[in-house]
Design a binder for this molecule. Structure first.
Ligand code: ADP
Ligand code: MG
Length: 351
């Protein structure tokens, strides 16, 4: 019979890492003690994963351990921070050894690959719920915030968008995918890779950045609101897998624009940085795709193009302050009805 403390010792307490950056005091006391690297700032973020809402209860526990940490590390990546440590608050319906072993294996495989130490947490009975807080470090003034986009910046996306949403839709029976594509799509949904190396490399190159968790349409607006800008985005330029590109155009657009769960980075940078960003893509072996431009609010909202003006008014008040002007590969404005369908995911939006 596993007790609470037996469970923590067996699955979450590990030999201390040998690195110089390890915590001063880890699991086992009332608090962990963590010494900041002199001169650096803490970057701290929390994300909670709730069974039935963020994952299926019967998901592979190793994948769940990976993803619970990955979505948190993705926030550090989006700031340009270096991962240092994390805490884990866990509510479990029962202490199932197989489940706990899988979960802790998936969790620590990712933690170790980024040198991120588990320093404490909390464990309780209850409906399955996983809450992780990550601690990273960043040089003062170097963080990639949401409010730093500038008019004229290019908008860039790492990796590919939409595969996680395509996998979810396939699991829900919303659409069909080729059986041969399923393993890669499930990996995209269950094992997102936090773009920490990219975030670090973008310090001093990118202006604004964020990670895409709720879909590009909703998430890009966070940058636009914070920066007081508008954007023009080419939907056909959004990077996508061959599996997604085989779907009807409407599904491709839904998945890339409003999909969610991508955990890729969206960042803005001046056109003068294009060559450096191309070099970065090569050295990281990670696609970096230019998908649009940051514009002044007036030029997108008050366009003389009647189709653009129509769509701007139809998209409505929610987006009026931070409009995204969606165009296709030919530069044509997408119809208003298509634009309004490009909602990001909102947990409290009943529509
Ligand atoms: P307290 O009641 O004083 O908050 P706990 O008894 O909850 O302490 O936890 C004992 C120790 O185990 C603490 O150091 C805590 O950080 C750690 N801990 C508890 N649950 C976890 C977990 N799921 N993962 C890692 N460490 C944990
Ligand atoms: Mg406690």
């Amino acid at each position: 019979m596993l007790t609470e403390f037996g469970l923590i010792d067996r699955y979450f307490k590990r030999p201390r890492p040998g690195t110089a950056s390890r915590a001063v005091l880890g699991i086992g006391d009332d608090c962990a003690l963590l010494a900041p690297t002199p001169g650096l700032q803490w970057a701290i973020s929390t994300d909670m994963l709730v069974s039935g809402r963020h994952f299926f209860a019967d998901v592979d526990p190793a994948a769940l351990g990976h993803k619970a940490l990955a979505v948190n590390l993705s926030d550090l990546a989006a700031m340009g921070a270096q991962a240092r440590a994390f805490t884990l608050a866990l509510a479990l319906p029962q202490a199932d050894p197989d489940w706990l072993q899988g979960f802790s294996d998936g969790l620590f495989a990712l933690a170790d690959s980024h040198g991120c130490e588990l320093i404490g947490g909390d464990t309780t009975g209850g409906p399955l719920n996983i809450c992780i807080t990550v601690f990273g470090e960043i040089e003062p003034g170097q963080a990639l915030t949401r409010g730093a986009a500038q008019v004229g910046d290019d908008i860039w996306i790492s990796g590919q968008l939409g595969d996680a949403r395509l996998a979810l839709g396939a699991a829900r029976g919303e659409w069909q995918v080729d059986a041969t594509d399923l393993p890669a799509l499930r990996r995209a949904l269950e094992r997102p890779q936090p773009r920490l190396a990219l975030g670090r490399a973008l310090r001093g190159i990118a202006h604004a950045a964020l990670d895409l968790s709720d879909g590009l349409a909703g998430d890009l607006r966070h940058i636009l609101r914070r920066s007081g800008c508008a954007a023009r985005v080419d939907v056909d330029a959004l990077p996508r897998s061959a599996a997604l590109a085989r779907q009807p155009l409407e599904i491709q657009r839904r998945c890339t624009v409003a999909g969610g769960d991508d955990y890729e980075l969206c960042f803005t940078a001046p056109p003068a940085a294009r060559d450096r960003i191309a070099e970065l893509a090569d050295s990281l072996a990670l696609a970096l795709t230019r998908v649009g431009t940051i514009e002044p609010i007036a030029s997108s909202g008050g366009s003389t193009d009647p189709a653009a003006a129509l769509s701007a008014s139809a998209v409505g008040a929610a987006t009026a302050l931070a409009p995204i002007h969606w165009v296709d590969a030919t530069g044509r404005t997408l119809p208003a009805a298509v634009q309004t369908s490009f909602h990001g995911f909102d947990h409290f939006d009943a529509s």
